[in-house]
Design a binder for this molecule. Sequence first.
Ligand SMILES: *Cc1c(COP(=O)(O)O)cnc(C)c1O
Length: 462
Amino acid sequence: MDRKILLSEKDIPKQWYNLAADLPTPLQPPLGPDGKPITPDMLAPVFPMNIIEQEVSTQRWIDIPEEVLDIMYRWRPAPLRRAIYLERYLGTPAKIYYKDESTSPAGSHKPNTAVPQAWYNKQFGIKRITTETGAGQWGSALAFACQLIGLECKVFMVRISFDQKPFRKFMMNVWGANCVASPSMETNAGRNVLKEFPDTPGSLGIAISEAVEQAVMDKTGKTRYALGSVLNHVMLHQTIIGLEAKKQLAMVGIKKPDIVIGCAGGGSNFAGISFPFVADKIHGENIEIIPVEPAACPTLTKAPFVYDHGDLACMTPLLAMHSLGHSFVPPPFHAGGLRYHGMAPLVSQATVEGLMTPRSYHQLKCYESAMIWAKTEGTICAPETSHAIAAVIDEALKAKEEGKEKNILFCYSGHGLMDLSGYDAYLSGKLTDYQMSDEEIAKNVACFKDMPKPSNKKTGKW
Ligand SMILES: *Cc1c(COP(=O)(O)O)cnc(C)c1O
């Protein structure tokens, strides 16, 4: 029995898979301020045109440029591992497999999109990329990619993380990026907030506004903005995870997993592991596909499917997605990467269609699961990843009750070696669970009353 299933470099997938080609109910277009669908050229000040083309593409397979692969060979293909020690501990007949995305230089799946995004920007003649980051996972991944590709990288990091979690900022500096606390004095958006709230801890919404402003205001036209999740091209780039997994499962004689699981913040690692299997499900396979989110930020499980902005300042187009409202500020739980108010339109549309069975967990249960993982498999997972592990443990125990030999696949999205303060808080009993009441959710989503509504149509097949 193999604990590591390794794909050789020559077998790495050469194309990404685009779910937009196969969704039974098509994606609904992003809308501009006038409520009309936006055109690609309206996005041109923000993103390079080669990325915009991917964003709107409905082509099923899209070639991965050879130079992008050449950079990713540093850690890809990523190992598929079998969690045999966890299986033994649980006494389950289920087989648990996971894609180990913690092996990338930045320690998560995020370089899978940072590298192609930086490469397409460079191809387009861009010199500098701006972005925002919360706890720093995305900022460090983009800094890494820009360093290797030869682009300047500017990161607006949410003030409170900048002060309290300096280590990822140091990683960005090692990779040559310029990381500033947001709100900053460098942009109108930042200065306006600081005038009114000089002591603000900052937020992702403000940081996005600053990064976009700095990209579109550059008079040389050589700066663009990059986003690490949510958008279609990001989901596309992450499908290399599930495409590799499919080949690796075939190597141990598994035609299809019974269950696919990923934690979902903006939806990108979940999309990456699951979309190639969603395609199989659309074509008749019986696969349960489970995105897992925090109970304190229950986007897919409790929020409505609406048109909403991606940011607090409403600078982004309206996206058809599940959203808790662009002004929603989740409570300060530790899985920073899961604290986003919206969900990727592709994941949202597939959920409306009934192809996904989302669920949520409280953070204490997630940390308990992370502790079981650490004492069985041995590695320390990211707090985000612990949500997937909580669901894996529940599904493995259910298989035990039913006496079924199920194959479970999940995405181990990252390691937790930069997030040890969360573990410290858990171990010293300082963590609590946050319950989002239905009234709170209702109050937040009231803002959708006067917004355009996406259609809730589905085929009814699932
Ligand atoms: C950023 C991050 C996430 C959440 O982002 P998605 O786009 O939903 O994947 C999950 N896990 C890790 C380790 C992350 O860094």
